[in-house]
Design a protein around this ligand. Structure first.
Ligand code: ZN
Length: 411
């Protein structure tokens, strides 16, 4: 049952009617005009007018006929959202060990990815911003024949409410008005900017196994560690957008000093930083390291191989991975007591060792926590490294196309 959140003048009412009809079609996937009227309690003529307008704009199409009623009569025509009626373009800035990848994707209104490009770049700071603009301009040019309804950016930084980067050392962007710059570059498009981990949890919730989960934690572990939480169906951003920054949650007051000034932060133990430190230490002490993970001539580590060798049973790599997972589990248990989630989604490079990682964390949490608190589903991110681009597309769909903020759903 869908209700209005607020009422207003005639034009606002029309917007609400349109939103209500569109959301009803989206929710039921295929539905007849008469059933839309029944579900929304709008009059049949109002539904007809709204449907006609949406059909003319190309946002909905007819898809065959449904069953006739008990009383017989004509079988009703069914309507659905026209996948090709509009498109969302999204770009995710992804930091890798030695470079930055720009993932640029196009999604249709059914949230199907219809085009994707990955571009490796080395630029940082203001130069990176110019590269992002150029990249999006050429992508939009390529799809100039389509109705692009919005543009979304996922950033591996902390952003405030105005889209200003206020912690972005990996990109060398500090106090940078990223959203404002993008608005100037793409003034005619609806535009959203979101932090990577928030975008990722939205993507996983739109497509993945967390679809109907109301209390959820997403944790990504790789070069860094980030998390995002959905509590009672709402994404928690916090006052300054930094909610879920568990990397700086201290798990050891006697631990080494972190860049933030505190001691024993989780990021020092539960990220690939821990692998790099251990490999370097072993190399310095003359410990014979597997050649796949360390090249002494170039003094280079291959972190990807740590996951592979750990799964194959190499003692050194297995020990590094289990040590990371033990520490990560302590961080997760802290979050679990705070949020009380139904599910935790693990994303990032840790999934290179997914068959080992997920059962290990599940067992570890059972060991260190009370039951049933530990009785939580631990799953891998279904969208791999594409969670953020999907999340941005679903955000544009919800905010701009379905205007979900205008409505609320009650059981
Ligand atoms: Zn710290």
């Amino acid at each position: 049952m869908v209700k209005f959140a607020k009422a207003g003048d005639q034009r606002f009412l029309q917007t609400l009617n349109r939103t209500l009809v569109l959301n009803t079609i989206h929710h039921f996937k295929t539905i007849s005009r008469i059933d839309i009227a029944k579900k929304t309690k709008l009059s049949q003529s109002t539904v007809s007018n709204v449907v006609d307008a949406l059909e003319k704009e190309g946002y909905i199409v007819e898809v065959g006929t449904g069953n006739s009623t008990k009383a017989g009569g004509r079988r009703p025509t069914l309507l659905t959202i026209n996948a090709a009626g509009g498109y969302m373009a999204t770009l995710a800035v992804v930091t890798e060990a030695f470079h930055i990848t720009l993932q640029v994707c196009l999604f249709d209104l059914h949230l199907t990815m219809v085009d994707e490009q990955e571009i490796e770049v080395k630029e940082k700071g203001a130069e990176l911003v110019e590269t992002i603009k150029a990249c999006v301009h050429s992508f939009l040019q390529k799809h100039a024949d389509k109705n692009i309804i919005g543009l979304g950016f996922s950033m591996p930084t902390v952003l405030d409410r105005a889209g200003v980067v206020y912690r972005g050392h990996l990109l060398e962007l500090e106090d940078y008005p990223f959203e404002e710059e993008m608005r100037k570059a793409f003034p005619s498009l609806f535009l959203v900017v979101e932090q990577e981990q928030h975008a990722a949890i939205l993507g996983e919730r739109a497509i993945g196994p967390a679809k109907d989960v109301n209390n959820l934690i997403y944790v990504t572990v790789g070069r860094g560690i980030g998390s995002s939480v959905i509590v009672n169906n709402e994404l928690i951003r916090g006052e300054y957008g930094g909610a879920g920054e568990i990397g700086h949650m201290s798990i050891n007051k006697y631990g080494p000093k972190c860049i933030c000034g505190k001691k024993g932060c989780l990021r020092l133990y539960a990220t690939e930083l821990a692998f790099i430190n251990k490999i370097n230490e072993a190399a310095q002490n003359g410990f014979p390291l597997p050649p796949k993970i360390y090249n002494p001539v170039l003094d280079q580590c291959n972190i990807r191989e740590v996951y592979n060798l750990a799964m194959e049973g190499d003692e050194f790599c297995r020990e590094m991975l289990t040590s990371l997972l033990d520490d990560l589990s302590i961080g997760l248990s802290n979050l679990i007591y705070l949020i009380n989630p139904k599910m935790i989604i693990i994303g990032g490079n840790l999934l290179f060792a997914k068959p080992f990682v997920l059962p290990y964390i599940t067992d570890k949490l059972k060991e260190i926590m009370d039951s049933p608190t530990a009785d939580i589903e631990i799953v891998g991110a279904a969208l791999g490294n594409k969670s953020s681009v999907y999340g941005m597309a679903s955000l544009i769909l919800d905010k701009h196309f379905l205007k979900k903020e205008l409505m609320f759903h009650s059981a």
